[in-house]
Design a protein around this ligand. Structure first.
Ligand code: SF4
Length: 381
C-alpha cells in the first residue's frame, strides 16, 4: 500500500559539475516520449499494486521537472487520480530550476494542479553559481520567485547549498539574507558533498583547500540554523526548515516510512507490505524504455525488508525529524518496547551526548545533528 507518488524527470538543460543524480540533456522530443513511458508505467503499476488510501502527495523531482510542458504534468496528475484516487487536499510539488520558468509556464503548472514549488536556487552568488554549472543566475532566481508568487503559488520552498568551493561565511550569510528577504514558506539547506564520478571530484580532490573543511561547514550549518530559526522557521528535519503548517508532507512521509510509489528512471518505492517492500527502477533510459516496451515494469531490484531492516529504518529515518522517535509509536508499529530492542545502543548514545530524551521522545542533540551519520550507523543490523 502507498499514499504518496514520486515522479522522476531525468532531464536538465546542462549537467551541473557536482551532480550525481540520474539526469541528462534531452534530445528533441525525448521529454514527450518519456512522458508517454511514465503514463504506461503508471497503468502497469496500478494493475500490479494495491494503492490504499487516496494519494496525499505527488512529487515531481529530478532532474528538472520544470522542463515538462504543463499539459504533460496535468495528464500525469489526472491519470494518478484515475488510477489511485487523489485526495482533494493533496500536496502536489514540482521542483523547478529558476532558469526554466516564466510567469505563463508557472500559471499553467498551477492550473494543472501543482500547489507547491521547490526552487533550486542553491546560492545568490553569481560566481558560485557559475562554478557549480547552474544555468541560472541570482537575478533569475529572485525573478522566478516573484513570478511564482504572482502566478498564485502560496507555498514555495528554496534549496540552498553551503560548503561550496570558495564560499566564505560572509557569503553564506548573504545567501541566507537574500533567501529570507523573499519570504519563502520552506527552506532546505544542504552541505555540498563531492560525489565520486562527478567533474567536481576531479576538480576538488579530498581535502581540497577550496572546499570549506568540516569545522567551517559546521559553522555554516549553525549560521543557517540561527538565521532561519530567528526568522520564525521551524527546524523540523536535519536539512529542512518550514513556516508553521508548511512542512513538506511528501518528504515527511519518507521519514515516517509512509508507503510511496516511484515512477520513472531510477525511481525508488516503498510499499507497506509485511515489514516493507522496497524496489527501484532501471537507472538508464534505454533499459527503462526497453522493459516498458515489452509490457514489463522496469524493475532493477526488489526486496522484502526483514524485521531488523524495518526496525533500523524506523530509527534512523525517525531521528532525522525534530519530533524524534516516540517509544509508543515504535511499540505500536512493531509490538515490542523500544528499550527492549535498542536499550543498550540508546543508553550509550545518551551517555555520549548524541541523543536526548524529552517527554517520551528520543531526539538528536546539537552534536548528534552534526554527527548524525554516526548515530544512524549504530542502529543498522
Ligand atoms: S539541475 Fe539539479 S539534477 Fe540537474 S544537473 Fe543540476 S544538480 Fe543535477
Amino acid at each position: 500500500m502507498f499514499n504518496r507518488l514520486y515522479i522522476h524527470i531525468p532531464f536538465c538543460l546542462e549537467k551541473c559539475g557536482y551532480c550525481a543524480f540520474v539526469s541528462a540533456k534531452p534530445w528533441p522530443g525525448e521529454i514527450e516520449s518519456y512522458h508517454e513511458l511514465l503514463l504506461q508505467e503508471m497503468r502497469l503499476a496500478a494493475a500490479d499494486h494495491e494503492s490504499g488510501p487516496p494519494l496525499d502527495s505527488i512529487y515531481f523531482g529530478g532532474g528538472t521537472p520544470s522542463l515538462m510542458q504543463s499539459r504533460q504534468v496535468s495528464r500525469i496528475i489526472d491519470l494518478a487520480a484515475e488510477m489511485f484516487s487523489l485526495s482533494p487536499q493533496a500536496e502536489i510539488t514540482l521542483e523547478a530550476n529558476p532558469g526554466t520558468i516564466d510567469r505563463e509556464r508557472l500559471q499553467d503548472f498551477r492550473a494543472a494542479g501543482v500547489n507547491r514549488l521547490s526552487l533550486g536556487v542553491q546560492s545568490f552568488d553569481d560566481v558560485l553559481l557559475r562554478r557549480l554549472g547552474r544555468v541560472h543566475d541570482a537575478a533569475q532566481a529572485r525573478h522566478a520567485f516573484r513570478e511564482a508568487r504572482l502566478a498564485g503559488f502560496g507555498n514555495i520552498g528554496l534549496d540552498l547549498i553551503h560548503g561550496l568551493p570558495g564560499q566564505t561565511l560572509a557569503g553564506w550569510r548573504e545567501d541566507l539574507r537574500q533567501a529570507l528577504a523573499l519570504s519563502p514558506e520552506h527552506v532546505s539547506v544542504y552541505g555540498l558533498t563531492v560525489e565520486d564520478g562527478t567533474p567536481f571530484a576531479l576538480r576538488y580532490p579530498e581535502e581540497s583547500p577550496e572546499i570549506p573543511d568540516q569545522d567551517r561547514s559546521a559553522e555554516m550549518f549553525e549560521t543557517a540554523d540561527k538565521a532561519l530559526v530567528e526568522a520564525g522557521f521551524e527546524h523540523y528535519e536535519i536539512a529542512n526548515y518550514a513556516r508553521t503548517g508548511y512542512r513538506s508532507r511528501h518528504n515527511s512521509g519518507y521519514w515516517r516510512r509512509d508507503g510511496y510509489l516511484g515512477l520513472g528512471v531510477a525511481a525508488h518505492s516503498l510499499l507497506r507490505r509485511e515489514h516493507g517492500y522496497r524496489f527501484s527502477n532501471h537507472d538508464t533510459l534505454e533499459e527503462y524504455g526497453r522493459e516498458l516496451a515489452s509490457g514489463r515494469l522496469p524493475r532493477r531490484d526488489q526486496h522484502l525488508l526483514t524485521l531488523e531492516d524495518a526496525l533500523a529504518e524506523f530509527m534512523f529515518l525517525g531521528l532525522r525529524l525534530a519530533d524524534g522517535v516516540l517509544a509508543e509509536d515504535f511499540e505500536r508499529e512493531f509490538g515490542s518496547p523500544l528499550r527492549s530492542v535498542y536499550g543498550s545502543v540508546i543508553n550509550e548514545l545518551l551517555r555520549i551526548g548524541l541523543l536526548q530524551q524529552e517527554q517520551g521522545a528520543l531526539r538528536l542533540t546539537r552534536r548528534g545533528l552534526l554527527l548524525s551519520n554516526q548515530v544512524f550507523a549504530r542502529f543498522l543490523p
